[in-house]
Write a protein that binds this ligand. Sequence first.
Ligand code: DX5
Ligand code: ZN
Length: 215
Amino acid sequence: MVSASVLSADMLNLKEEIKRIETSGIEMLHFDVMDGIFVDNISYGLPVLEQVRKTTNLILDVHLMITDPLRYVNRFAECGADYISFHIESESDTSETLRTIRKSGVKTALAIKPATPAEAVFEYLDQLDMVLVMTVEPGFGGQSFIPETVEKIRIIRKKINSMELDIRVEVDGGINDSTSGIVLNAGADTLVSGSYLFKSENMGEAARKLRCLGI
Ligand code: DX5
Ligand code: ZN
């Protein structure tokens, strides 16, 4: 599945950009929330998500890059998130945050930064619908893919398969037509892509290229 990161969209034409995602056959919309503390950037938040929910039936994949996600997950759920991911490196209690997300009827995802080992997510797998492996340092779109993250995707996919769990492995950062094949082959099944998709002339064609490069 492809998840289009609207961080790279034309914000003043967000409605048209969302139409462009829909008509490209892309299934998910990736919504990056940054608080300027957990990462060195500030993006957008609850009121924008609420408007986005009103305009689309795309799966809303909310990525919280914030210091205290537990404080906000219920409100992101109320605004229409389908998945909420937050960082294991944040200050909130991981299990409690996952339980709170599930209780609100939203799918759970746990994100790890490039320096965090794959094994860190193992103890939470039974509470997860998705693992988000960051393939760049979180904070900005348009960065280059970090190749050292590939082995972590492989380790996490192997563990999920060995436990016979149904959990997505999502990758985020620097995903384009030359890196998607690498991550798909390592076991990722959900590809976040921002600058590559939004800079393309034909987003549908670009999304097809992302999907087709796997095994
Ligand atoms: C970065 C964000 C990403 C970003 C990806 O912190 O989490 O979702 O938008 O952008 P690209 O695909 O341009 O690397
Ligand atoms: Zn993201």
